[in-house]
Design a protein around this ligand. Sequence first.
Ligand code: GAL
Length: 720
Amino acid sequence: MRSVHPFNHQWLFYPERLGNEVSDAQFEGVTLPHTNKLLPYHNFDNAEYQFVSTYRKRFVLPEARQGRRVFLDFEGAMMACEVWLNGHKLGEHEGGFLPFSFELTKHLNENHENLLVVYLDSTERKDIPPYGFVVDYLTFGGIYREVSLRFVEPCHITNVFVRPQGVLTDNPLVVVDVQVENQNDRPFKTTAGVRIKDADGSLLASATMPDLTFEPGSSTKFSLSVNNLPPIQRWSLDNPALYFAEVTLAEGQIDQRIERFGFREAEFRDDGFYLNGEHVKLMGLNRHQTYPYIGAAAPARLQRRDADLIQNEMACNIVRTSHYPQSRHFLDRCDEIGLLVFEEIPGWQHIGDSDWQALSLRNLQVMIERDHNHPSIILWGVRINESLDNEAFYTATNALAHQLDPTRQTGGSRYFQGSQFLEDVFTYNDFSDTVVDPIHTPHLITEFGGHMFPTKSWDHEERLLEHAMRHARVQDRQLGMAKVAGAIGWCAFDYNTHQEFGSGDHICYHGVMDIFRLPKYAAYFYASQIAPRRRVVLQAATVWSMGDRSRGGIDPLVIFSNCDFVEIWVGNDRLGCFEPDRASFPNLPHPPFQVTTGMEHLTWGKNLSDLRIIGIIDGKVAAEQSIASDGLPSALLLQVDDQELDADGADMTRVVFKIVDRYGNRLPYTNPVVTFEIDGPADLIGENPFALIGGQAALYLRARHESGMVQLRATTPRLA
Ligand code: GAL
């Protein structure tokens, strides 16, 4: 019988390669996910985390082995490692974005302590994708995803692929491909079964296969087919219904795996994308997996929250996991909330030699075998992002993807229209700013914006507005183009990068949110496209002052909102009631409001009163925003995303702090130093004191292993 134990606690870490003669006392105790170096949020040299480190873990087996084999499963460690158990080298692994395993069985001490050692090389190894050339993102070091210890019988399941079929018919069925490895030295006879359950755990249907024989040393694939299903709910964007497939060998006496899946049909056609036979225009953003301070070592809660930000706060229906497979927690959340995913293999512009390409093919295989049961994933990226054509390599990646997963189409992001079209979907990074006419279909825009218009959240109003409008214009235009399936903007969040790409402080300010996941005006544009029944959005894109724009004034006043009308007051003057600018944005569900009436009188040097905007839906007041005209700071605001954390030494939440006017609006040019004091069993991750920029920023709170109450106090001179 299989059993799996989380293996994330009580690791020891040292930021150099150390032999076993060095005592544990030299090491630091750490919990996974772990970053090999805590950093400032910007202005650091990426050499700081590029080194070989030693992770050590002493452990006794958490249960008796009873003839089973024992494996150590790593979900991701950057970027290459050697693993040793009790002085025996188990092997090496290359690649930082995908899971890998080592078998411990042979060298285990079953009754006393074991010593596990991982030498982790976090340097930019030219022999490992994405490296070999320059790369516009950072690959922070550490065992940055979870590890577990797995006990399995010598004959066990190694992979399960759940493939619903005929989803649009009255009689859908579920085909379940099961891969079984028999590591016994004799043939093994057993039975296999699958039970399909709904989200509440009720049994819907099942199938069995008696009399299976697995030859010694074999890896065998067979399929079970379940066709006596009651009516099912399809996985859709509004109702992402999930089911479970419970696969067993010998009724679970030998092995059991539970996979979550959904019933849905996803297809790119010449005229766009279809989910369950319905045409859906795709609007989305790219996501990097990195965070301020902690690199990529974000726990489940932060991973899941990013999906929520993209789908709910920014109203996207698709995300691209640029440019590598991301955390299972992120993908799980995408499944749960109905956020579609384009997932691609690691790489950036460069294709290496044949060994490098072999690694890349292995990455593709592991990515598909890890993720094929996520209903949210609708497309595999089988090209190295923005690389040149390479017919042999990309014919191979494409064929491998189709062989491993006949249910999904392939794409591969390129930046030139003339590139060889070997995949199913022409996925194109379109930096034209106007949207090119497709020459191949299906056509999906996988990037736009980005480095063409880097924008900091404390840039002046005109630049922030133009940044937002560029996203609005491209999305509006693509929505009106029948041959374009959708557009995924570059990108969701600002990110740390190499000096070849970033602003002077090594950040690419390409996000519609900043590195702390706090909104710029462009994020308000995306937010405003949400259906008002989900959330009413009303956000003026202005600091409401006379002297921020060139020549002064506030003309036009731009408001991002999903209200039918906005009524505008300046002090006691009612300027009128205004409609969204449908003439300039005929295709957006909720075009921006661009108000000029009354604004022409607000010129540089004139007295200004407070702004008040009232949003109206169906004739009723649905939202309101006021902005003070004096620009004076009124308070320091401290907000925490979660009220409760798991006391597991790894869980984290974000702590946002900002300087606001008397109506609660952020004041981007008010930047005092903020000092924090913490009390209780948690640690503050980030800079303390913090020299604000943009009037807002964030730190993280990380739980320790004891439970208790945590109090955080933030202070800044002269403000409550
Ligand atoms: C693209 C690239 C992205 C990012 C972006 C910035 O060419 O694929 O990773 O660098 O440019 O605009």
